[in-house]
Design a protein around this ligand. Structure first.
Ligand code: ATP
Ligand code: MG
Length: 330
C-alpha cells in the first residue's frame, strides 16, 4: 500500500459563466519515505491537486470523481472534524506564497505555537520546546522565535513556514512552490534543507514546482502535468533523461541545466488549452509539433514499459521525435 494514492481525480471550479476543468483524471502515488515531484507550467493544476489532497479546495471547487487515499483511508468527503486529525498531524502543507502570508503582527514562535495548539492540548512550555526544536531542524536560531516576520529575510521566512509544517511531526509534507520568489542561492539552500529534513525525520515529500531543475535535483519520482492531465510519470532521472512525451521534451529543454544534452530546444509556443471545456483529444495537441489526426480523437492513455509511462500515441517513437526536434533542418 502506498502512503498516498491519488486515483483518477477530476476537479472542476464553478465560475459565474463556466466550469473550469482544472484536473482531469490525474493519478499518482507516493511511497513511504519518497520525495515526489509534481511539475508543470502555470495553470496546469498543481495547486488544485495539492489542495484536493488536503480537502482545502476553494469554495467553488469540487472533486467530481476519483479518490484520494492516505494510508489506505479515503480522504475525499471527510468531515471537518475528521480532517482535523489528518491535516498537520499526518499531512502538513506549505501553501504557495506561505512565506508572504505569515501574520505580520504576531511573532513567529507564537504562530507556530498556535498551529500546534489547534491540534494538540499541550502546555505552552512544551509547545515552546517544540518550536525551538523545529527552528533548529530548519537551521534557524531558536533564540529568534520571538521575532516578527519582517525581521527575517525571504529565505528565513520560508524556513519558518517549513518549521511550522514540521511542528506536529507529519508523515507527508506537501510543499507548493517553496522556492519561488527566492534568489537562486537561497532556493538551493531551501531545497537542500527540505531534503535533509525529509531524511532526518523520515517523512515523505510532495514537492510542487514549475522548475524542472528543482525536481530533478530533489525528487525520486515525478508526474509532469499539463492541462490538468498527467502527461508523463516515472523515475525522475528516466523521465528527464529519456522523455517519452513531447511535452516533457519541451519542458526539459526549457531548463537546459537539467542535462548535458546539446539538442536544439523544442520550442513550445502557445498557451494552455481552454479549460472551460472538457478536454477532448490530447490536451497538448495544439502546441505539439508531432500532433496528427489521431491526437484529436481522445486524450491518449498513459502507456509505457515498467514505471515510466507517457500519455502520447507516439511514445514508442520518442527517440525519433527527440532526434527530429534536435535537427535544425526539419
Ligand atoms: P501556478 O504554477 O500558477 O501556481 P497551478 O499549476 O498551481 O499554477 P492551479 O492554481 O491549480 O494551477 O490552477 C489550475 C486551473 O484552475 C487554472 O486554469 C486556474 O485559473 C483555475 N483555477 C484555480 N483556482 C480557481 C478558482 N477558485 N476558480 C476558478 N478557477 C480556478
Ligand atoms: Mg499553484
Amino acid at each position: 500500500m502506498s502512503l498516498l494514492e491519488v486515483n483518477d481525480l477530476k476537479i472542476t471550479y464553478q465560475t459565474p459563466d463556466s466550469e473550469v476543468h482544472a484536473v482531469n483524471n490525474a493519478s499518482f502515488s507516493i511511497e513511504e519515505g519518497d520525495n515526489y515531484g509534481l511539475v508543470g507550467e502555470s495553470g496546469s493544476g498543481k495547486s488544485t491537486l495539492a489542495k484536493a489532497v488536503l480537502g482545502l479546495l476553494d469554495d467553488n471547487g469540487a472533486v467530481r470523481s476519483g479518490s484520494v487515499t492516505f494510508k489506505g483511508r479515503d480522504l475525499v468527503g471527510l468531515s471537518e472534524e475528521e480532517w482535523r486529525d489528518v491535516r498537520w498531524e499526518e499531512i502538513a502543507y506549505i501553501p504557495q506564497s506561505a512565506m508572504d502570508s505569515l501574520d505580520p503582527v504576531m511573532d513567529v514562535g507564537a504562530q507556530i505555537r498556535q498551529a500546534i495548539h489547534k491540534h494538540k492540548n499541550i502546555s505552552k512550555a512544551k509547545a515552546n520546546e517544540r518550536v525551538a526544536e523545529v527552528f533548529e531542524i530548519v537551521g534557524l536560531d531558536p533564540a529568534r522565535t520571538s521575532e516578527y516576520p519582517h525581521e527575517f529575510s525571504g529565505g528565513m521566512r520560508q524556513r519558518v513556514t517549513i518549521a511550522m509544517a514540521l511542528a506536529l511531526d507529519p508523515d507527508l509534507i506537501i510543499a507548493d512552490e517553496p522556492t519561488t520568489g527566492l534568489d537562486v542561492i537561497v532556493q538551493d539552500k531551501i531545497v537542500h534543507k527540505l531534503m535533509e529534513i525529509q531524511e532526518e525525520i523520515d517523512s515523505s515529500l510532495l514537492l510542487i514546482t514549475h522548475e524542472v531543475g528543482v525536481v530533478a535535483e530533489t525528487c525520486d519520482e515525478v508526474s509532469v502535468l499539463y492541462g490538468g492531465k498527467v502527461m508523463e510519470q516515472g523515475d525522475t532521472f528516466d523521465v528527464f533523461h529519456d522523455p517519452r512525451n513531447p511535452y516533457t521534451m519541451g519542458l526539459k529543454n526549457a531548463f537546459p541545466e537539467v542535462d548535458e544534452f546539446d539538442e536544439q530546444a523544442i520550442s513550445i509556443p502557445g498557451s494552455l488549452p481552454d479549460l472551460t471545456e472538457e478536454p477532448t483529444g490530447c490536451v497538448f495537441r495544439n502546441r505539439c509539433p508531432f500532433a496528427t489526426e489521431q491526437c484529436e480523437s481522445e486524450h491518449p492513455p498513459l502507456v509505457g514499459s515498467g514505471e515510466q509511462v507517457s500519455a502520447c500515441y507516439y511514445a514508442d517513437k520518442a527517440d525519433e521525435m527527440q532526434e527530429q526536434a534536435s535537427d535544425p533542418e526539419t
